[in-house]
Design a protein around this ligand. Sequence first.
Ligand code: SF4
Length: 382
Amino acid sequence: MGWVTIPKPRWFELDREFTLRRDAAMLRGPVEWSWDVTNRCLGRCLHCLNRSGVVRREELSDGEMLDVARQIAAQRPLAICLCGGEPLLRLDTVLAVATILVGARVSVSMVTNGYLATPEAVRRLADAGIRLVQVSVDGATAASHERLRQLPGVFERAWAAIAALRDAGVTVGVSFVPTRQSIGEWRQVYDRCRAEGVSDLRMQPLMPLGQCHFAYEELAPTAAQYRDLAEDVAELAWNNPGAMRVEWGDPVDHLVRFGQALAMVTHMLHLTADGSIAVSIYLPVLLGNVRRHCLEDYWQAGLGEAWQLRLIREMAYRVRSNRDFAAIRPHPFFDAPLDLDLIDLGRRGVERLSDVVLAFLDRVWPAVDRPASPPDFQEIAS
Ligand code: SF4
């Protein structure tokens, strides 16, 4: 009796599918969540990537949020970041959500502009078990920071929040988005962070998304400025081993890595304020909504394998630099996102619709100067 020969490409396809299904089935959900608990914000930042405070969607009610928190807790992720908008505008709900998640041993962090982080609010956050809060500081002076944030007084309040959080025993991170005008101030921000007991300074590039669509050309640092910054940060780390950490978070990074991974279970998911689920806040594709179905059902319907969806991979592949975000269609936070519900449409339905969408995208958002598709697994395997 001879061997049955399975053609090589088909074999790899089956192997990949099996590996993915097996790995996804071992988990109940992603390792990490991020959750916009509100779209509202007191700030009107020129660089706000999701246009918080401007774009209004019907947010989950307090009761819906608590129900979702219980669903997330049941998935046992390692960590969740509560973001927005300004989460402190829903302080009571944030505290109730955090209590549920911390009770399930999920590490809960939060981001804030600091404006509403009074000592009392900070004490309640600490009591609820939130152990890490990231405060935005985008300049070394009030003028520089508030020029970007469009919120008078937020500079002093941000530093007061940092001190209050530190005193309450909460680990504090600072995020700094350099602009052409403020990039030279990073070292002053770093020194003040260090003096105030901040644990790490996280910087990330400006992106032509959301509100920044209008101001990107004026605010974006030049390539030479970014290069100088990278050299300065490297030199600082080299000369001061063990000093406060400086991180560089580039949103393009996860699109490149996850978009090309061959058999990767969804590591991180994002929940919008209106309950929609996305694999990346930077891609205008929604794969479900907690108002329609529960998270467990979405996971079983294929959310754990979402980075293998052709549309997601093709979109991710078209972003190779921060400037490419300007070309994304539908335009995130301006146009309605593509709502491809994994349960209502089924995975096959999503893939079929993807063909139509991709044919359209080829016209309005061509993949210029690069191969039309991400490398195929067959190519890599051979
Ligand atoms: S960047 Fe942050 S503080 Fe500024 S408007 Fe957006 S959510 Fe509010």
